[in-house]
Design a protein around this ligand. Structure first.
Ligand code: 8YV
Length: 341
């Protein structure tokens, strides 16, 4: 394995669906790319591996028929990953490296059941994601996006903006106190927020109060931050009942996964004033965003940008590369997804 990975080769251009280089394909490890990836990462990977661009292939099925037996690794992402069917078609698959901390787009259980390693990119994006969440916590109650639209529309000439809500002294409920939840809690404390949480894992004796259900947490919060994992286990966890518990003065913040919220219930709660507002970086069915949300003044909307900085994307890409290099160099991977079974 190590020998195949070692020698350096020159990247000499891209043909549709396949990156060619000067060294013979026979000596390079074949990877299937099922998600868009940043050009710097594609270029770096292409110097060491043969990449097959399944994501933009005209006929992905034919690609698998032609090269499926050669594929030893998959490049996945937070929103696009292989399902059980694809995983099981690739008889020589050894590793799936996801360019994301969230791995809900990949059928991890199917991969691990076959002994296929799955890696992700934790830690390196925590700071940027927490920064965006903290920004949202300030933006929604202070009506910052709405204020900017107000000014740009020339409305200031006709009068002042309506008042916002103070953040200091308010109660922030964190749904999922993992790496990102913790990082937001530390930031939020500096802004004078009182922190409580709900998590499926016991946390021991924290100074933060724990609530047994999302509903109980929402009822005790002025702002509810969604920071848990996506996937089937958390689909629709924030439902109409949780939103009603948050109440007409409450704000919902989500930079985790759109699927965790019952989106039609959220649209209804915002539209009828059953919650005060929301700030959302992720959506169920993204990149499509419901028209109703686009039209609402009390909602901050961003296009899944929480980890989108040059620095973090570079670090995520390096970690994807390093995991693959470790595996094909015969070493343990750096950041495996824990066993799901
Ligand atoms: C990325 C993400 O936008 O890490 C995650 O789980 O959702 C984001 O960082 C996405 O994975 C890019 O593919």
């Amino acid at each position: 394995m190590g020998e195949e990975f070692c020698g350096r080769v020159l990247f000499s251009g891209k043909l549709k669906g396949l990156y060619r280089r000067e060294r013979s394909h026979e000596t390079m490890t074949d990877l299937l790319q099922v998600t868009p990836l940043p050009p710097f990462l594609v270029e770096r990977l292409s110097r060491e591996f043969t990449l097959h661009d399944y994501f933009s292939a005209d006929d992905p099925d034919r690609m698998i028929e032609e090269v499926g037996t050669r594929i030893r690794g998959i490049l996945a992402g937070g929103m696009k990953g292989p399902n059980a069917n694809l995983i099981n078609r690739l008889e020589n698959l050894e590793i799936i490296a996801s360019f994301s901390v969230g791995y809900d787009a990949t059928d991890v259980a199917a991969a691990q059941a076959r002994g296929v390693i799955v890696t992700h990119t934790p830690e390196v994006l925590t700071g940027d994601v927490a920064d965006l969440a903290m920004t949202f916590i300030l933006m929604a109650p202070r009506r910052i996006a709405e204020s900017e639209r107000f000014l740009r529309a020339g409305k200031w000439l006709a009068g002042r903006m309506d008042l916002g809500t103070t953040v200091r002294g308010k109660r922030l409920g964190i749904l999922g106190l993992g790496r990102i939840g913790w990082a937001v809690a530390r930031r939020a404390e500096v802004f004078g927020l009182h922190i409580a949480y709900h998590d499926i894992k016991p946390m021991g004796d924290l100074t933060y109060r724990s609530y047994p259900t999302p509903h109980d947490l929402a009822a005790a919060s002025d702002m509810l931050l969604v920071a848990c994992e996506g996937g089937e286990a958390t689909r629709g966890l924030v439902d109409a009942g949780v939103l009603d518990a948050l109440g007409p003065q409450g704000f919902l913040i989500n930079a985790a996964r759109g699927t965790i919220i019952d989106q039609p219930a959220l649209v209804a709660a915002l539209g009828s004033g059953r919650i005060a507002g929301a700030a959302l970086d992720v959506f169920d069915g993204e990149p499509a965003v419901p028209e109703e949300l686009l039209a609402m003044e009390n909602v901050v909307l961003t296009p899944h940008i929480a980890s989108s900085t040059h620095e973090t994307r570079r670090a995520m890409g390096d970690l994807v590369f390093d995991n693959l290099a470790a595996h094909f160099g015969g070493k343990p991977v750096l950041t495996p997804v824990p066993p799901q079974i």
